[in-house]
Design a protein around this ligand. Structure first.
Ligand SMILES: [Zn+2]
Length: 458
């Protein structure tokens, strides 16, 4: 009996070893299959932003496109020096696998540059692309394609993106691609990065029609001197900018010509900007624009066995939450972004917004005809602030009327990030090795797992 059970033990041991070898072999095969990675980042797209988008766009029992993906993770986002991250430290973590201080772009806290997944993919011959509805030199795209100690180093970052020969660069921010005196140019060093890019073989486009018509294997598209317009404002300003979905589709056309595969990061940046105002009609519109880009990526990956699609956020903004007394009718009347509303208001001789214009604009664009004296005073109190900060206060007035829960304006005002929170964010994934992401992750794990899946080394 003892000998028989001993032999049985040896046999089952052998079986276990065989199974383990098969599993290891299969996982090695699956690792080799990830030829392309599409990383879609909803900047500031915390759980509350998603809840509002789901409720408004598809109803509480519906699912947004990315919520239908088979693997879901939860991501911690703290930075090296704060339990609440900004976009620079968060993108550095996702791009390099290293924590850094808020404000730093793919360098360690001591300033040492660290390799990004984009650079590692490029080293192995893959094509690479960066897309953002923000400026292309702002924190999230910057941390994948550049290294700088301060996120504000816009001119240096833009130059690095061009000299790194990133195959596709699409978004806002043409101001840092031209020298002062040329168009919207703000560069002090006299360089014309658009001319440099053209000389290096890039096609340069500036609107949706040009983007649609563009060919070639290198593409630079700059659609606004600064941030691209909010979805809420596109009709008002008669925007000719492409949507994030159109930019993502074109990038996939261009990048997929490379037989070695590609890495693409596509960012819905203005979810964050709108969430800072707590005005959830705008948040929902930005999430919808982002969702459409996710659908483009999923369509590309469908039926292929070589493309990993990851959808996540860099951090939560404002801790938005859907409340029991939420009034959707209030936000359905909102026709423009709070910042756009601020820009339509008129000032008196002392530089103070007039009550008359405040009441007119809030009636025209927010459907609010009964502003209280306190609300008028709050808006007048922003008269000397930058328009985006005026938008914060106007957005919060609308949010309060709709019973949207969020950080208070007072807490937002004293935080260095202007209202980010340390809440976890969700991650959704599909494609080969997507299962690696189905757990509680830290944002640094994203870089390591992407590198592992692509077989590249950071
Ligand atoms: Zn933000």
């Amino acid at each position: 009996m003892i000998r028989r059970s001993g032999r049985k033990g040896t046999r089952s041991g052998l079986v276990v070893i065989l199974i383990l070898s098969a599993v290891l072999w299969l996982s090695a095969v699956s690792l080799a299959q990830v030829k392309n990675v599409i990383l879609l980042i909803g900047d500031g797209m915390g759980f509350g932003a998603i809840q509002y988008a789901r409720n408004i766009l598809v109803g509480p029992d519906g699912r947004l496109a990315f919520e239908k993906l088979p693997f879901v993770g939860l991501v911690t986002t703290y930075s090296a020096n704060q339990w609440v991250t900004d976009s620079a430290a968060a993108a550095t973590a996702m791009a390099t696998g290293y924590k850094t201080n808020n404000g730093m772009i793919s360098v360690k806290p001591d300033g040492t540059p660290v390799k990004t997944v984009l650079e590692a993919a490029q080293e192995t011959g893959k094509a690479v692309g960066l897309i953002s509805t923000n400026t292309v030199y702002d924190a999230t795209p910057a941390a994948f394609g550049a290294h700088w100690a301060q996120r504000s180093g816009s001119d240096a970052i833009a130059a690095q993106l061009v000299s790194r020969k990133i195959d596709v660069i699409l978004g806002g921010g043409s101001d840092q691609f031209f020298p002062k005196g040329v168009g919207p140019g703000k560069r002090g060093d006299g360089r014309n990065l658009v001319d440099e890019a053209k000389a290096a073989g890039y096609t340069y486009v500036t609107n949706a029609a040009e983007l649609a018509a563009a060919g070639g294997t290198k593409l630079l598209g700059l659609f606004h001197p600064s941030y691209m317009n909010y979805q809420s404002d596109r009709d008002e300003v008669k925007s000719e900018e492409p949507s994030l979905a159109e930019m993502t589709a074109k990038a996939l056309d261009v990048l997929s010509k490379d037989p070695d595969g590609f890495f693409l990061m596509s960012e819905g940046a203005r979810i964050d900007h709108m969430a800072h105002t707590a005005e959830v009609a705008g948040v929902v519109r930005e999430v919808k624009d982002f969702e459409a880009a996710v659908e483009v990526a999923l369509k590309f990956a469908a039926g292929r066995k070589d493309t990993l699609v990851i959808v996540t956020a860099d951090h939560d903004t404002m801790g938005l939450a859907v409340t029991e007394p939420f009034k959707p009718d209030v936000i359905r009347k909102v026709k423009a972004s709070p910042e756009y509303m601020a820009l339509q208001m008129k000032k008196d001789a002392n530089g103070v917004l007039t009550e008359e214009s405040i009441r007119q604009v809030m009636a025209d664009f927010a459907g609010i005809t009964d502003l209280t004296p306190a609300e008028v005073a709050t808006i007048q109190g922003t008269s000397k602030l930058a328009s985006y900060k005026q938008g914060y206060e106007i957005g919060s007035i609308i949010a309060a009327r709709a019973n949207v829960a969020s950080l208070t304006p007072a807490v937002r005002a004293i935080g260095e990030t202007g209202g980010h929170t340390g809440n976890q964010v969700p991650l959704y994934a599909t494609g080969p090795d997507a299962q690696l992401f189905a757990k509680v992750l830290d944002n640094t794990d994203i870089a390591r797992l992407v590198a592992q899946a692509m077989g590249i080394s950071l």
